[in-house]
Write a protein that binds this ligand. Structure first.
Ligand code: FE2
Ligand code: FE2
Length: 369
């Protein structure tokens, strides 16, 4: 007598169920290769040869060349700056900055592993995301070390981690992040165009608004202080983080471009409007943070300049996404012009030997960067 092969049938044997499941997996794999599945099609593709997305694999290899460790960063010279050189207003700026750093990268890491990894169906891209997760871990360690070094008082350290709840300008930024995490938390599979658009908005939010704008805002304060000869330890660690974040953003743009090539109709006018709105909300949240940081009057950096810088960054992100500028604002911060040129040119031109010595953890930071 022939046994039923329907896996939902209660009388099916274990072996037959396993065989049926294997048949389905093989059929799915065969279909994926034959039909050319797309990046956001649900699944766990395992095929690295033939390689469908070599651009993500190359990004994974590039990221490994940029390996660094927190132990290479010497923060101790910063302590005398903190105690003897900084004004009370500058100290307030630094304490707010540290409070933001305390939780910022953890939020990014959580979204990465809970949302992005699940839906970007390419083993090459998942390789990159696994590397990015490692880098976010190093950033979290760096900021924890920074906090422990700068803030000796235990109660103040606890407060820094509570800032995400207690300090309105930091809470506003966290709420912005959580809203976009929550928007796709219940999506197990990206079946419909609407679900794929939701996913893309999350990816764009994290790549351009959080890593590409909130973090760039934070870097600007660090490089402002460095331009005045202050907190060079923080700046040297930030150089490494800056390069990592530039890569994370480049990866997000690459995913967006790949999806745009495969499914151009996802990028309609409504989504462009949502991205524009999202960028403007991010600028407003970061500008409120600037008012908090600079409200005490930090000589040489005004709230207006900071807002203009953020608008300029948002314009660049819009253009990188193939959209028109939103504000048309020039960058007033000369010390960031230099940094942004380095972002574009130095990253890929950096000598391989410098990276490789860096991997061994026995080199001081290349000050040219
Ligand atoms: Fe990070
Ligand atoms: Fe990142």
């Amino acid at each position: 007598m022939t046994q039923p092969t329907d896996p939902t049938n209660q009388t099916v044997t274990k072996n037959q169920a396993a065989a049926t499941h294997t048949d389905h997996v093989e059929a799915d794999l065969h279909d994926a290769v034959a039909q050319g599945s797309r990046l956001l099609d649900p699944g766990m593709s395992l095929t690295l040869r033939p390689m469908r997305y070599p651009q993500f694999y190359e990004m994974f290899r590039d990221a490994i060349k940029n390996t660094w460790t927190v132990e290479e960063i010497d923060l101790h010279s910063d302590l005398s700056d903190l105690h003897t050189k900084l004004t009370p207003a500058e100290r307030h700026l630094v304490s707010r900055l540290v409070a933001f750093f305390a939780t910022g990268d953890t939020i990014v890491a959580n979204n990465l592993v809970l949302n992005l990894y699940q839906h970007v169906n390419s083993p090459e891209a998942r390789l990159y995301l696994s590397r990015q997760l490692f880098e976010e871990g190093v950033h979290i360690q760096f900021y924890l070390t920074l906090l422990d070094t700068y803030v000796p008082d235990e109660a103040e350290r606890f407060e820094a981690f509570a800032a995400v709840e207690n300090i309105p300008s930091i809470r506003k930024k966290a709420e912005f992040c959580f809203r976009w995490i929550d928007s796709i938390q219940d999506l197990d599979r990206l079946e419909t165009k609407e679900q794929r658009r939701q996913f893309l908005l999350n990816l764009i939010c994290f790549g351009t608004c959080i890593e590409g704008l909130f973090f760039y805002g934070a870097f600007a304060y660090v490089y402002f202080l460095r331009s005045r000869g202050l907190l060079n330890g923080l700046a040297s660690g930030t150089n490494w983080v800056f390069r990592d974040e530039s890569m994370h953003m480049a990866f997000a743009f690459e995913v967006v471009e790949t999806v745009r090539t495969e499914e151009p109709d996802l990028f309609d006018a409504e989504m462009a409007g949502q991205v524009r709105q999202m960028l403007m909300e991010a600028v407003d949240a970061e500008a409120q943070f600037a008012e908090d940081l600079l409200g005490g009057g930090v000589a040489g950096l005004s709230v207006a300049d900071m807002r203009a810088y953020l608008e300029n960054v948002a314009d660049r992100r819009a253009v990188q996404l193939g959209m028109p500028e939103i504000y048309g604002t020039k960058n007033p911060l000369a010390f960031m012009e230099l940094q942004d040129v380095q972002e574009l040119s130095n990253f890929f031109e950096r000598r391989v030997s410098a990276y490789q010595v860096g991997v061994e953890g026995s080199v001081s930071f290349d000050e040219d960067f």
